[in-house]
Structure formats: structure tokens, C-alpha cells
Design a protein around this ligand. Structure first.
Ligand code: SAH
Length: 240
């Protein structure tokens, strides 16, 4: 149950929080923990706060970048307490659980940010949705493990309610993974530069907006193949 959800913690400073996250996950039947460049890990404080969920800690995978940590995931949700100037499509924890908690074949990353500064915009660029826990607008930043607890709780409740599969996705083409999407974006950016559409000064903001467009549509691998084919064609055509 919920085995296809990966909890990804980015640059956690306090090892105790990593332990508390492991405990929160195990309470809710989840055990797939990924750590991106944690400041201190493994650490006695993590083990102490895990209090019995040390198996989750032991099996935690450590990555040197967020991109690597989400490479095999089809859906990536970046959780944030703050409003951003760019509005990423957002879901509450409950909406996320309603959408995927009961029935999904996709591998889903739940990404959580640093205790002091959250996730950077460049990291949210890698996410399909912003995940929000509704709370007091004047004091909206939960402790990291508390935020993980709320999200995992919603998923747990929803997966119990929806154990009878209602949505039949079987037999459909799998969604593109984050790694496949990243190589598509590189190809797209390169093609736009090659055909003289993209001015280097504007490439960051245009690419960010294009990412939003494609992330909204959740491309499957066949659709991605078609788009890559168009890019290859435009590049070769442009060279002639
Ligand atoms: N001070 C940081 C928040 C750190 S809290 C900031 O300004 O962004 C650590 C992490 O917990 C956040 O990066 C986010 O992933 C998660 N989190 C905390 N409160 C949240 C909320 N209300 N909604 C969604 N995620 C939240």
C-alpha cells in the first residue's frame, strides 16, 4: 500500500527531523524515503526520533541532486508553505490524496524543502504541482515532519477508502518520467535556440512557462515521442 509514493527531503539540516519523518511515514504505512544531500545523516538524533521506524531510515536512499532523486517518478509534487510570485498549479494535501491515494500505477514523488528556506524556484520547476497544507495564513509554515505527517495521513485515509479500484488506467501508455521530461526540455530549448526563436536573455522565463504548460498536460511516453520527433524534424529542416 502506498509503496509507489517516495518522500523526498531536500537538504534537511536537523537529523532529528529526518527521524521524525521516518516515524510519520511508517505510522501511515509508507516506507520509501529519499534524502537529497542531508546535512547530517546517518545520525544518532535521527535514530532516536525515528523511535522504531529505524527500518525506514536504514533503507533511506541518499542522492546528490533532486533531479536524480525524482528521475524515475512520473508525478512530482513540491510542497511549500509560501505563496510564490509565479503561480504553479497547486493542490491541497487532500486533493492530492483524492487524486492518487487510492489507485495509481505511477511513481509519485512528494518533495519537501529545507527547514529554514523551503524549496527554491528552480526546484519547483521540476515539480508538476505545488502541494499545500491549508492552515493559518498568518502562520503557515509547519515543522517538516508535521508537514510530512499531514500529507501521508491524507494519503493513508484516502487509500483505505479507495481500495476498490474505481479508475481503470490499466493498459494505457505510461506517463513520462521526470528524467524523460528533463531531456525533452533540453531538446526543446536547444531547438528553439537553433531555429533562432529563443533569445538567451529570455530563455529562463520562457522555459519556465513552457514547463508549466507541459506539466499541466501530464504527457505520456507516446506523446513525448511525437513531440521529440517534431523537434528533430525542425532541427534537421533548419539545417538545410
Ligand atoms: N521556512 C520555510 C518553510 C520550511 S518548513 C519556507 O519559508 O518555505 C519545511 C518544509 O515543510 C517546507 O519546505 C515544505 O516542504 C513543508 N511545509 C511546511 N508547511 C507547509 C504547508 N503549509 N504546506 C505545504 N508544505 C509545507
Amino acid at each position: 500500500m502506498l509503496a509507489n509514493f517516495k518522500v523526498v527531503l531536500v537538504e534537511t539540516s536537523h537529523p532529528g527531523n529526518i527521524g521524525a519523518v521516518a516515524r510519520a511515514m511508517k505510522n501511515m504505512g509508507m516506507d520509501q524515503l529519499r534524502l537529497v544531500t542531508p546535512k547530517l545523516f546517518p545520525h544518532a538524533d535521527a535514530t532516536a526520533r525515528a523511535s522504531g521506524a529505524d527500518d525506514v531510515l536504514r533503507n533511506a536512499e541518499v542522492y546528490s541532486s533532486l533531479q536524480d532523486a525524482i528521475a524515475d517518478c512520473q508525478i512530482v509534487l513540491g510542497s511549500s508553505a509560501r505563496d510564490r510570485t509565479i503561480s504553479w498549479p497547486s493542490l491541497t494535501a487532500r486533493e492530492c490524496a483524492d487524486k492518487w491515494g487510492g489507485n495509481t500505477d505511477d511513481t509519485i514523488a512528494l518533495v519537501f524543502g529545507r527547514e529554514n528556506s523551503g524549496l527554491k524556484n528552480e526546484e519547483l520547476d521540476l515539480c508538476h504541482y505545488l502541494l499545500r497544507i491549508p492552515c493559518n495564513p498568518g502562520y503557515s509554515s509547519l515543522n517538516l515532519a508535521a508537514a510530512v505527517q499531514v500529507v501521508c495521513y491524507e494519503l493513508f485515509v484516502s487509500s483505505n477508502q479507495q481500495y476498490q479500484s474505481l479508475i481503470g488506467d490499466q493498459g494505457e501508455v505510461p506517463l513520462a518520467t521526470a528524467e524523460q521530461m528533463e531531456s525533452f526540455y533540453e531538446h526543446l530549448q536547444q531547438t528553439m535556440a537553433d531555429i533562432g526563436f529563443l533569445h538567451p536573455d529570455r530563455s529562463t522565463s520562457i522555459m519556465r512557462r513552457l514547463r508549466r504548460v507541459f506539466n499541466r498536460t501530464q504527457l505520456d511516453t507516446k506523446e513525448l515521442d511525437i513531440l521529440r520527433g517534431i523537434l528533430r524534424f525542425s532541427q534537421s529542416h533548419n539545417l538545410k
